[in-house]
Design a protein around this ligand. Structure first.
Ligand code: MG
Length: 379
């Protein structure tokens, strides 16, 4: 990956296709894989490479443009779309390197892109390609020799002046499936750079599971803990809320919000797992808006913050510490309620209860304590 002498390059991403071979309502390059579009995955492969100078995307303006990347309207076919894109790069010098990449190839490796750029030291045009490992045969005919066969991929690299001229002189009604075809027609040699076969093109729905697997990154597992205490006292007029469930009792927990000690400990644990401080930072008791607030909203907000970071919950384990009320009969309801708030399966949530053998404030029934541990996977 480390390139001592980066070659400056520009990138044109071609995302104008209608996905006619794919079916469905939206073109394949706008499908989401692991939370971002196939187009965005393709874009992100280039942005942090050494030598990167700038990028534009050719696409149909009816679809959502990628954030912070300039777009150009697609043409009636691929060739026209690329030509529209090339003309927008008119500030480039003829010797500058431009990479043309299909948005539907989100699995291209940074190492292969750098290998392609290396080839531009000696050539005016180069393309990534892959060996063809399968035996090839025309139906009911002889096997086709693989010796001189390559599957052509993108990105394809060109000197700007070379590819612009090839487009200007290309036959108007001839169909070209890639840009090296235009350059070869103009008599310019194209260097084939063998890259990874994992740089597959999303063409049909059959390709989607493979692309998902190739783009999967394991992420890192984080853990957060939470602890909370609220005073418990007789108050028949105030509901006793524990882990999001209303417990029939003449007792109630006191506090500024609904004082749900279980959800508070869990919210703190979740905030801890994503490195976002504690419940008091986000919902200060000094704020009158949170008076008698349903604590489910605190937990929901923490879960939203986790989702914004692209995280998901591995499991959550909550321990309620008290003599009264008895927790056992309510465990299933608590588990289901928390799973519902977090939008996860019940099986990821565990509720435990314990006493302190009549010792201390929980033993005397003066308050309820709660502990929670949450494990999260972050990208
Ligand atoms: Mg609290």
């Amino acid at each position: 990956m480390i390139n001592q002498n980066p070659r400056p390059f520009y990138v044109l991403i071609v995302a104008g296709g209608s996905g006619a071979r794919f079916g469905g309502d939206i073109p394949k390059q706008f499908l989401k894989v692991h939370g971002k579009s196939v187009l965005r995955h393709s874009i992100d492969k280039f942005l942090s490479l050494p030598g990167f100078q700038g990028m534009k995307v050719v696409m149909n303006p009816a679809f959502e443009a990628p954030e912070s990347i300039p777009t150009i309207n697609a043409g009636k076919d691929r060739k026209q779309s690329v030509y529209n894109g090339l003309k927008i790069f008119s500030n480039l010098n003829s010797e500058d390197i431009i990479l043309i990449h299909d948005a539907a190839r989100p699995c291209v490796s940074p190492d292969d892109i750098l290998k392609l750029l290396d080839a531009m030291d000696d050539f005016e045009a180069a393309t990534l390609c892959a060996s063809v490992p399968d035996t090839l045969r025309r139906s009911n005919q002889d096997t086709v020799s693989r010796d001189d066969l390559y599957a052509i991929q993108t990105p394809q690299a060109f000197r700007y002046g070379t590819i612009l001229k090839a487009h200007e002189t290309a036959l108007p009604d001839k169909e070209y499936t890639d840009d090296t075809a235009l350059v070869i027609e103009a008599g310019i040699p194209v260097k084939l750079v063998t890259g990874s076969r994992a740089n597959i093109k999303l063409t049909t729905t059959e390709d989607l599971p493979m692309i998902e697997a190739l783009l999967h990154k394991p992420g890192r597992t984080t853990i957060g803990t939470g602890f909370d205490v609220h005073v418990l006292e007789e108050n028949p007029d105030r509901p006793l809320m524990l882990c999001g469930v209303k417990i029939p009792s003449s007792l109630a927990l006191t506090g500024h919000s609904d004082a749900d000690v279980g959800l508070h400990a869990l919210t703190d644990a979740l905030l801890g797992a994503i490195g976002m401080g504690d419940i008091g930072d986000h919902f200060p008791p000094s704020n009158p808006a949170f008076k008698d607030m349903d604590s489910a909203l605190f937990l929901q907000k923490a879960a939203d913050m986790m989702c914004d970071k692209g995280g998901h919950i591995v499991n959550a384990d909550i321990t309620l510490i008290c003599e009264e009320p008895k927790i056992g009969p309510h465990k299933d309801a608590m588990r289901a309620r928390i799973a519902d708030i977090l939008g996860v399966a019940n099986s990821l949530i565990n509720i435990k209860a314990t006493t302190t053998e009549k010792l201390g404030f929980t033993g005397r029934g003066e308050g309820i304590a709660a502990q929670a541990v949450v494990s999260v996977v972050l990208p």
